[in-house]
Design a protein around this ligand. Structure first.
Ligand code: ADP
Ligand code: ZN
Ligand code: MG
Length: 509
């Protein structure tokens, strides 16, 4: 997993939308309550597709990974990928869903060039799992968002509309993606703001990464999200008419599209109009949602049970085996970090943002470092440098053991805090041990009292004016003199010792 800003940044550091919809006065907006439900499609981390043995790898040359099954050739028969089922069950367990003993695939019929079979194999009246929940953190509060259902389905192929000499006339189709395994996760309409929607997707992504169900790479389309949204006056019991917004393939688009759509609906209602139930598309360039088609209903799809596949039996044995494979989940790990390492909930949140980061922290502590120091070093220097270089934490040249060695050098007073940062930077670049860098670059802190005293005398002599001012009662220049000694010793003198020696020397005489 790449270290993405979105992973570590739980806050919303993004600009408000700049679009024209912000013409609704905020006091009018405040009279309404948004109601939001998300439908998320997640690509499962399998080697092969869901119903055939073709590779599910992303980024291969177009149409390399195809066969009669995923091209929908007549007579070809699908066989369910066991791994896809297992990953879907894992996701369901992590989301506290009931995994149904018996579920069934269904054909969802529609015609589109990226769908060679003329139908998608999905699940309809008997989904794999139902009635779960996940916890979101927002505004310092925790809230449960219900999960309505989770089901398995195959992905469509990818239309390529750009980049060819004849792209003004033709669309090409890459069937590599056709038939890769997806789960669709449908939330209850429990979300009440764009920020809560952001928090929901953040929590969902974190759970899917922890359980290794998906790589959740949004740029590669492994995590895609459609938002259903309506508004109602505060206090109103019934939901308003909803629209569904498609094409939200980043956290930013999700928030911006929701902000836009909420304001558009409020504006429509305020000016006496009604919301038409429809599917809308987020237009990234224009920064607005646009009507795409009137809403389709289940009967439009002519759903019927898939005759070429057996019903799915999720046995107790399977559930038990998968339950045993589940890692400690983010919320549990966060709570344990606060308890065991006595760090703040905020710090625990940052350190458990990914499993890899949490493992790294725990290994550093296990190597002997104080939790507080390990937490500080990781959150400041390490994350900052990883973010800047785009490296993944597992590939960092500073291993937990090595970080502990650096922390120990500081704690034993062998290097100053300032030196330690320079050493860290070099460790990050070269992977050399802290002790070696400290020795090679002359970072060992000067402990020798004689050497510090010589430096102090020298500074007092060269700055006799300032020394005189200090003696005349000007405390302000003391800091300056300390600074001069630190500079003369290239930051290697122990600041505490310099303070003491300087005061003593200035007082004498
Ligand atoms: P549809 O019939 O359009 O498929 P569903 O009832 O299956 O609608 O719900 C689809 C998604 O829309 C779910 O995520 C659900 O939480 C959400 N949803 C349902 N009703 C509303 C509403 N009035 N406002 C916002 N979201 C809604
Ligand atoms: Zn295939
Ligand atoms: Mg529905």
């Amino acid at each position: 997993m790449a270290v993405e800003a979105g992973c570590y940044n739980f806050g919303l550091a993004m600009a408000r939308t700049t679009q024209e919809a912000s013409s609704v006065p905020s006091e009018v907006l405040a009279r309404y309550e948004p109601v939001i439900g998300l439908e998320t499609h997640v690509q499962l981390k399998t080697a092969t597709k869901i119903f055939c043995a073709c590779s599910a790898r992303f980024g291969d040359p177009p149409n390399r990974n195809t066969c009669p099954v995923c091209l929908g050739l007549p007579g070809a028969l699908p066989v369910l990928n066991r791994r896809a089922l297992e990953l879907a069950v894992k996701a369901a367990l992590a989301l506290h869903c009931t995994v149904e003993e018996r579920s069934r695939f269904a054909r969802k019929n529609y015609f589109y060039p990226d769908l060679p079979k003329g139908y998608q194999i999905s699940m309809y009246e008997l989904p794999l799992a139902t009635r779960g929940w996940l916890e979101i953190e927002h505004d310092g509060k925790t809230k449960r968002i219900g999960i309505t259902r989770l089901h398995l389905e195959d992905d469509a192929a990818k239309g390529m509309h750009e980049g060819f000499p004849d792209s003004d006339r033709n669309t090409y189709i890459d069937f590599n993606r056709g038939g890769v395994p997806l789960i669709e996760i449908v939330s209850e309409p429990d979300i009440r703001s764009p920020e809560e929607a952001h928090a929901y997707l953040t929590a969902l992504k974190q759970i899917l990464l922890y359980t290794e169900v998906s790589d959740c790479n949004m740029e590669e389309g492994s995590l895609r999200c459609d938002a259903n949204v309506s508004v109602r006056r505060h206090g109103e019991q019934n939901f308003g008419t909803k629209t569904e917004v498609k094409n939200l393939n980043s956290f930013r688009y999700l928030v911006h599209a929701l902000e836009y759509e909420i304001e558009r609906q409020v504006q429509t209602l305020e000016s006496g109009g009604t919301i038409s139930q429809e599917t809308r598309l987020w237009n990234v360039a224009a920064g607005r949602t646009e009507p795409m088609r009137s809403k389709e209903y289940a009967h439009d799809y002519r759903y019927f049970p898939e005759p070429d596949l057996l019903p799915v039996h999720a046995t107790q044995a399977l559930l038990e085996r998968l339950r045993a494979e589940m890692p400690e989940m983010p919320a549990t790990r966060r709570a344990r970090f606060v308890r065991d390492y006595e760090i703040t909930p905020y710090d625990a949140g940052v350190l458990t943002a990914t499993r890899e980061l949490a493992d790294y922290f725990e290994e550093t502590v296990r190597a002997g470092a104080a939790a507080k120091s390990a937490s500080n070093w990781i959150q400041t220097e390490l994350l900052r440098r990883l973010n800047a270089s785009g490296e993944e934490i597992v590939a960092s040249r500073i291993r937990p053991q090595a970080l502990d060695e650096l922390i120990a050098l500081v704690e034993r007073g062998e290097v100053t805090a300032a030196s330690a940062k320079a050493i860290f930077a070099k460790m990050f670049e070269t992977g050399k041990p802290a002790g070696q860098i400290a020795a090679e670059d002359g970072h060992r802190q000067i402990q020798d009292a004689g050497e510090i005293e010589r430096a102090c005398r020298d500074v007092i002599e060269k700055n006799s004016d300032q020394a005189a001012k200090y003696r005349a009662g000007n405390e302000g220049v003391f800091k300056f003199l300390v600074g001069q000694v630190m500079r003369a010793t290239r930051g290697q003198a122990n600041p505490q010792a310099v303070n003491e020696v300087l005061r003593r020397l200035l007082a004498a005489r």
